[in-house]
Design a binder for this molecule. Structure first.
Ligand code: ADP
Length: 226
């Protein structure tokens, strides 16, 4: 059996506010396999963002372990986790968070250059990705010159610029009209299928959730398959 791209084993996360700790994740077990898209649907406040932050090594769990391609991350120092995050995990949010003063191409180049790629190589790869996402003519445009759907596709290109194994998306189409959301979603799924990326997508859109491979929800701090 192939090694999961991402595994959460007994993951706990709590926030302490005043006297009473708020138990958000109470022992979450989850596996994401290469090329698999999993929908995470749960009411607001259930802990979806918390789960994505812990899964994406942005926050440390209070208990349990997060493994990236079979490698435990709990004992890793912060700089090691950051390096692993940069190469292995991509993020897409509801708002694109592209840098406004940079072109689409430059936005996709930046994470590659931070990782150490030289400019020509980063540029070549950025153009390749933008072309794949249907944005071949948009590389030189700044975010403000792009439509909402185009901005979000650039954000996806940026998220996968370093060829991560895992893509974590928090309401990636939540800010788009239904037709554009559908298009962006299809682009995302094509990328998952073509690259063997594992995607965990938090969404309120049940129609899109139905089109993914599996659906999970968070109930009382635990994962339930739906
Ligand atoms: P969702 O993404 O499903 O809406 P979140 O993961 O954002 O849920 O939040 C889950 C719960 O944890 C909420 O009740 C929220 O208020 C609380 N929470 C999230 N982050 C923090 C924090 N840094 N400190 C305290 N409470 C937090």
């Amino acid at each position: 059996m192939t090694t999961p791209a991402l595994q959460l084993v007994g993951v706990q996360r709590r926030y302490v506010q005043g006297e009473t700790p708020l138990e958000i994740l109470r022992g979450v077990d989850l596996e994401l396999r290469p090329g698999e898209a999993v929908a995470l649907t749960a009411p607001s406040g259930a802990g979806k963002s918390t789960l994505l932050h812990v899964a994406g090594l942005l926050e440390r769990p209070d208990g349990g372990e997060v493994l990236v391609r079979g490698a435990p991350t709990g004992a890793m120092a912060d700089d090691g986790r950051t390096a692993l995050r940069r190469t292995s995990i991509g993020f897409v949010y509801q708002f694109h968070h592209l840098l406004p003063e940079f072109s689409a191409r430059e936005n996709v180049m930046l994470p590659q250059m931070i990782r150490g790629l030289d400019k020509p190589e980063a540029s070549r790869r950025a153009d390749e990705l933008l072309k794949y996402l249907g944005l071949a003519q948009r590389g030189g445009h700044r975010p403000a010159e792009l439509s909402g759907g185009e901005q979000q596709r650039v954000a996806i290109a940026r998220a996968v610029a370093n060829a991560p194994h895992v893509l974590l998306a928090d309401e990636p189409t939540g800010n788009l009209d239904p037709k554009t959301a559908d298009h962006v979603f299809e682009t995302l799924m094509a990328l998952v299928r073509a690259t063997g990326l594992a995607a965990l997508v938090a969404t309120h859109n049940f129609e899109l959730a139905e089109r993914m491979d599996r659906r999970i929800t968070l109930r009382d701090g635990l994962i339930v398959e739906t």
